[in-house]
Design a protein around this ligand. Structure first.
Ligand SMILES: NC(=O)c1ccc[n+]([C@@H]2O[C@H](COP(=O)([O-])OP(=O)(O)OC[C@H]3O[C@@H](n4cnc5c(N)ncnc54)[C@H](O)[C@@H]3O)[C@@H](O)[C@H]2O)c1
Length: 313
């Protein structure tokens, strides 16, 4: 049987996706590719490698008879601004390697784009599927390029590549990074450790967000949908909830009424301001039945319980 390769397997998304795929298909069917952050407690098939290395990726695909790749490896908004050349090489070069291998080995590919593909000229509210894509970060530039590459490989070579424009994703299994939307995870560490948090975005910085379980559910649903249902081969708008730090704090205060919040916006506030606030994802809902399960209250409760259990271990 053909196996599944997950790149970026130990990142925020990969940590949740790998365990879900293992549950669905069995531990021996999923190959988790990490670069540096290898989890010592991992149960499953583990490989280490760099997605920029075409020969190494090809060797993995042959070794395990890979049929599907979830290609998550990449640099995100803040890391990308620190190292723009590296962000381009990993995000665009790595994706092109996977697409070239998909062409030669008939692989089915999932690759996430992001709301970072949007920019200041994109409408702020209910962003339509087809809209202005003029991002101002190298991360966003790499995502727009990636979306167009995916569509090109589909049209030119028939590669079955599918994609979602992920909003800010909030999960607790992996440690949060320094991404623009990740205040919404860090705040729970502040809540549980100190009952206080200093937020690097303004109180009213509204951004599209999603609880990780919904993102994983949507990702797998997209990959399982019949090919004829997939009408978007760049990347689907994909949304669930949209909230500000102030609204999240109001929800947290239902758990801990004397929670202390302060705001010290940094450079990430500018990145947040270049992104839209709400997304129209009706194409995903119509084409393959996307429907989220977690609203802000349910997400808050799940993150609180998840981070608390993690910190008590
Ligand atoms: N987390 C979010 O909110 C969010 C939002 C929109 C899109 N996305 C996209 O989802 C994907 C996964 O994001 P994440 O949040 O899990 O990121 P992450 O930073 O937590 O994980 C990315 C992983 O990629 C690995 N990696 C980096 N360079 C590599 C290389 N050269 N070769 C192999 N591995 C390499 C890193 O070690 C890291 O573990 C990315 O494409 C990202 O752009 C994430």
């Amino acid at each position: 049987m053909q196996k599944i390769l997950v790149t970026g397997a130990f990142g925020l998304v990969g940590s949740d996706l790998v365990s879900e795929l293992q549950k669905k298909h069995g531990n021996d069917q999923v190959i988790a590719l990490g670069r540096q952050t290898i989890d010592g407690n991992f149960h499953g098939i583990l490989e280490q490698g760099d997605v920029r290395d075409y020969a190494a990726m090809e060797a993995l695909i042959k070794k395990y008879n890979i049929g599907t790749v979830y290609h998550l490896a990449g640099l995100l908004s803040v890391g990308g601004e620190k190292q723009p050349d590296l962000a381009w090489d990993v995000n665009v070069g790595g994706l092109k390697n996977i697409l070239d291998l998909a062409k030669d080995y008939q692989l089915k590919v999932f690759w996430p784009s992001s709301i970072a593909a949007f920019g200041p000229t994109t409408p702020k509210h209910d962003v339509p599927q087809h809209t202005s894509l003029e991002p101002t970060t190298i991360y966003g530039v790499s995502k727009v390029t990636g979306e167009l590459l995916c569509q090109y490989y589909f049209k030119r070579y028939g590669v079955d590549v599918r994609s979602l424009r992920y909003p800010g994703l909030n999960g607790y299994k992996a440690a949060p990074g320094d991404g623009t939307t990740e205040y919404a995870i860090h705040i729970f560490y502040g809540l549980i450790k100190d009952n206080a948090y200093t937020c690097f975005l303004k109180e009213d910085a509204r951004l599209p967000m999603m609880y990780m379980d919904d993102a994983i559910k949507g990702t797998i649903a997209l990959m399982e949908a019949p090919a004829e249902k997939i009408s978007v081969r760049t990347s689907y708008n994909f949304a669930a909830i949209s909230f500000t730090p102030g609204e999240l704090v109001a929800e947290i205060k239902k758990i801990s009424p004397d929670f202390q919040i302060s705001y010290e916006p940094d450079a990430r506030q500018q990145i947040a301001e270049s992104w839209p606030q709400t997304i129209d994802d009706s194409r995903a809902r119509e084409d393959w039945g996307w429907q989220e399960s977690f609203d802000l209250a349910a997400m808050t409760r799940a993150l609180y319980e998840g981070v608390k259990a993690k910190l008590q271990k």
